[in-house]
Design a protein around this ligand. Structure first.
Ligand code: SF4
Length: 86
């Protein structure tokens, strides 16, 4: 079972959860501002990507941004491998 104890340290722990599931861009920006200085922002982002969570703002990133980050993370090892063969 995955460790989720870090969630108790998030800036969102006392904020209504629906704020992190906005329906428009303005709502996304409000959630991202709360995440901005969150002490567990990296763990949160990685958790959302690894668990393929495709709704809401996690780790200070929107769903679309997380998809981009996930693609970049997936392609990184191949890029590094390609660089090593030059
Ligand atoms: S990064 Fe954002 S969503 Fe994740 S724990 Fe922190 S405040 Fe909550």
């Amino acid at each position: 079972m995955q460790d989720t104890t870090w969630m108790a340290d998030g800036n969102c722990k006392d904020v209504p959860a629906d704020l992190f599931f906005p329906t428009d861009g303005a709502g996304v920006e409000i959630a991202k501002r709360i995440c901005q200085d969150c002490p567990v922002i990296e763990r949160c982002l990685t958790y959302a990507i690894e668990n393929k969570i495709d709704h809401g703002v996690w780790g200070g990133e929107s769903e679309r941004a997380r998809r981009r980050i996930a693609r970049a993370r997936r392609s990184r090892p191949r890029t590094m491998l390609r660089d090593m063969t030059k």
